[in-house]
Design a protein around this ligand. Structure first.
Ligand SMILES: [Zn+2]
Length: 244
């Protein structure tokens, strides 16, 4: 009598069949892997071909005209001719309405300062200033009348912080600190750095001497009976250096 042999279930198939199935599975797995690699590669290629995101838009708001302007440089970092025309119109003399071409480096600095403060809004106090207004304000040689200067504030940042940032990050610029008016002046196109403090209040003529020193000086003058007080080191000797 022949004895019947029962194989476990996994041996139900004969050996060549097992090999065949295994090969089929391997082939299927290989195809799946290949497809996965190809799809991830094409996704990566799509990603790498994707254009870099454009620089963020910065908003400028003029405190006198209440107009707003959006600034966004081109991919090369500069501004289009059309945008510069918009800037010149936006930064026109708010006393006279007169326009003047604004300097592109100045606009770039304003943009970069806003970027430095996490894309903060800039409040513009003054841009271009008509010559007669510059004269009235006590600085007939003001760089404002050449379209190379701006007075401004940065939303959420102290003017002291903006002053220090400008002085450390840029060269051949003029920085004016206006603690009583609450803004920072910046101008470009200089051969060397310039810095001054103007103690004038809003709308007043430039005042480069601290109020305490002025009181001290007037008492000194009264004592000495003369009107040529010794200049302080914090004074700006000429309005050519100070931006106004
Ligand atoms: Zn100014």
């Amino acid at each position: 009598m022949r004895r019947k042999i029962y194989l476990p279930k996994r041996y139900d198939l004969c050996y060549p069949q097992v090999i065949m199935m295994s090969r089929a599975k391997w082939a299927l797995a290989a195809w799946v892997c290949l497809l996965l690699v190809l799809s991830s590669h094409s996704a990566f290629a799509k990603k790498s071909k994707k254009k870099p995101s454009p620089p963020p838009i910065i908003v400028l708001e003029h405190l006198s005209t209440h107009h707003k302007l959006e600034l966004q440089p081109q991919s090369g970092g500069g501004f289009s001719r059309r945008k510069m025309q918009e800037v010149s119109s936006f930064l026109r003399c708010h006393h006279t309405g007169q326009r003047h071409a604004m300097n592109e480096r100045l606009v770039k600095i304003l943009y970069q300062v806003a970027r430095h403060y996490h894309n903060a809004k800039l409040f513009i106090v003054a841009g271009y200033r008509a010559p007669k207004i510059a004269k009235q304000k006590g600085n007939p040689r003001s760089p404002h009348k050449r379209g190379v200067a701006a007075d401004f504030q940065v939303e959420g940042a102290s003017i002291e912080s903006v002053r220090d940032h400008l002085r450390s990050a840029y060269h051949n610029i003029g920085v004016g600190y206006y603690p009583n008016s609450g803004f920072i002046h910046v101008d470009v196109g200089r051969q060397k750095d310039a810095f001054w403090i103007d103690y004038s209040g809003p709308g007043e003529k430039a005042r480069y001497t601290p109020p305490t020193l002025r009181r001290k000086r007037s008492s000194q003058v009264a004592e000495a009976g003369r009107d040529d007080p010794t200049p302080s080191v914090s004074d700006v000797s000429s309005d050519e250096e100070a931006g106004g």
